[in-house]
Design a protein around this ligand. Sequence first.
Ligand code: MG
Length: 387
Amino acid sequence: MKPPHCMRYEKNDRSVTVGAVIPCAGKGARSGLSDNKVLHTVGCKCSLEYVLDAFTAAGVDHIAVVAAENDLSAVKDIAARYPSAFPVIGGATRGQSVLNGLRARKCDIAVIHDGARPFVSPDLILRAVKSAIEFGSGIAAVPSVDTVKRVDGDGRVSSLPRGELFNAQTPQAFSYPDILFAYERFSGEQTDDAEVYAQAGFSPRLVDGSYDNIKITSPRDLLALPTDCRIGVGYDVHRLVEGRKLVLGGVHIPFEKGLLGHSDADALLHAVTDALLSAANLPDIGVLYPDSDERFSGISSALLLSDALKRATGAGFSVRSVSAVVMAQKPKLSPYIPAIRKSIADLLGIPTERANVSATTTEGLGVIGQGDAIAASASVILTESAQ
Ligand code: MG
């Protein structure tokens, strides 16, 4: 969590208290998820946590998180990690939930923001609050990109003038007494706080929203949330002997010697496999494919890497990139690097430009330099899949 801004909201040298109301009580039926989309964790955080991070960074005084009874214990756990946040029980409609949140604690300026808009920035919150301090309200909105059509009862279609159209978002900030008054006299359905405010006779004022500030409605939208990255490192070395085929990165390389081992002894694929398993928090290659197991005698290491990939995918990860270095005095590997890169990329199901391999000698030093062994080191980056 970012540290709070060292700022105070003020008007005419008087300090202004700012409270946030975050409705999270919607059922989110369109999201297709079994849990509340606002609480659905992607990577290491859920949408509500991104929202609370932004409001904490914007330095608001308190944050009422309005949740349905079913979600209350989950929301309590999350709110407990944010000193200014606290849970409030929601109502039967969004309007009643907002009203419960407003009544929970008084302030000078109330900012209402959907829990399902995780991409809100502290700067956008600040713009809305400052407008509300100055003019009574600040409604985040962006000019409409699409042409909007109106269809009348007879099916006649007409276009609305796009230059006059804006898409309203949240945050929407208001003078607290005015929005409380507006909600207390309002009955019916609404999806927009500015509409409730306008129906009470006030004039909403727009501030620049952001096209990034989308509302999560489908599982696809969740893919836009940042995901957690994991890095893994692997290393392997095998002895070079006569009478064996040399295989590196799944590619056969003509040479008078080959690597000795229980499998095909592909040191490069072993390093990549161990890096992948390590990043996915899985046991290492020696544990999963022990050389005491006859099933792995002479096996192609490509099969071991494919099996490790299946395990990592099953654990909820996908491969982002791999980078590896082969240490060999001989043979000269540069002519084979393109084929090795393609082989590894194909095995991992990633584009070749995300699978890079380099080769180096050890300047004649040590067992590698004397041509008795080949070693390889690799790092793999994984991301947690959204679902
Ligand atoms: Mg090995």
